[in-house]
Design a protein around this ligand. Structure first.
Ligand SMILES: [Zn+2]
Length: 287
């Protein structure tokens, strides 16, 4: 299972525009409420803690239906100081069931977007929550704004049975991972993969293949995992985004994913799609 996927939530897009359906969901005695304090997950007994719904919460966002009952989310605390993706937060998520981690990711991204988008991007007037929480509408010009998802390509680049891994200066000692970067306006996934690998490592690629994707709620990326083939293994590292890049053979990747002490690098954690991508590359290479 790829991290932050597999939520058991029925999103109910048809009901979001229906005020009667929203009112009925609010009043449903089985409805439950997720409260994110500073965007952190509330946890009790190793599970995401859901409270009975408070129908007077006019600021609740309607996530959808979970286990046959409406589920809402509200924020608490200081929305301008959200919890960052810290080792402590990731340790909390590591102890939750995978479907609840995914549910938390949806709630966090949605709540965080509302917290940072209170004004219309077209005319600057204050906007209001609409569609049960899945849009904002300008109070002046009536423009609609929707929660954003920012596409990021992340790619395992291979050459002669080895994979290209890079290292950013801020990462923990020894950590290397697949290259990644935001898709720019007017680019296809294949073009973004080729551009990022060229910019960061000076390598031309061909044969970009899609593998899998992952929502990443810090704050709202969609990681698009690909495998591509390098035309030439010569590296020219940009020195800003990457401080180092290396080619690693299959034995080295296997050792790193297994957490072996003498592995050539420290692998990305299991919840990151880079980890899944390296496993997919091993599978591809093994045929
Ligand atoms: Zn406006």
């Amino acid at each position: 299972m790829i991290g932050f996927t597999g939520a058991a939530l029925l999103r109910g897009d048809h009901e979001r525009d229906d005020p009667a359906a929203f009112a009925a969901a609010l009043a449903d005695p089985a409805a439950r409420l997720l409260v994110l304090h500073n965007l952190e997950p509330p946890v009790a007994d190793g599970r995401l803690a859901l409270l009975p719904m408070d129908p007077v919460r006019g600021d609740a966002l309607w996530l959808g239906e979970l286990d046959g009952a409406p589920l809402f989310v509200v924020g608490a605390g200081d929305a301008s100081q959200p919890a960052m993706r810290s080792p402590a937060l990731m340790a909390i998520l590591a102890d939750l069931p995978a479907d609840e981690v995914a549910l938390y990711g949806i709630a966090r991204s949605l709540l965080d977007w509302h917290g940072r988008h209170g004004f219309c991007a077209r005319c600057g007037s204050r906007s209001e929550v609409t569609r049960g929480g899945w849009a904002r509408t300008c109070s002046h010009c009536e423009a609609q704004h929707f929660p954003r998802t920012d596409p990021v390509v992340i790619m395992a680049v291979e050459y002669d049975d080895r994979v290209l891994l890079g290292r950013q200066p801020s990462w923990p000692p020894g950590r290397y991972s697949t290259l990644a970067g935001f898709v720019e306006v007017g680019e296809s996934i294949e073009e973004a993969v080729a551009r990022e690998v060229w910019e960061e490592a000076g390598v031309r690629v061909r044969g970009v293949r899609y593998v899998a994707s992952q929502p990443w709620p810090f704050p709202s990326q969609l990681m698009i995992g690909c495998i591509a083939t390098a035309a030439d293994p010569t590296l020219t590292i940009d020195g800003e985004e990457l401080e180092d890049a290396i080619w690693v053979d299959r034995a080295g990747v296997r050792a790193a994913l297994a957490g072996e002490a003498d592995a050539p690098f420290v692998a990305p954690p299991a919840y990151a799609i880079a980890h899944s991508l390296l496993r997919a590359w091993l599978g591809d290479a093994d045929g």
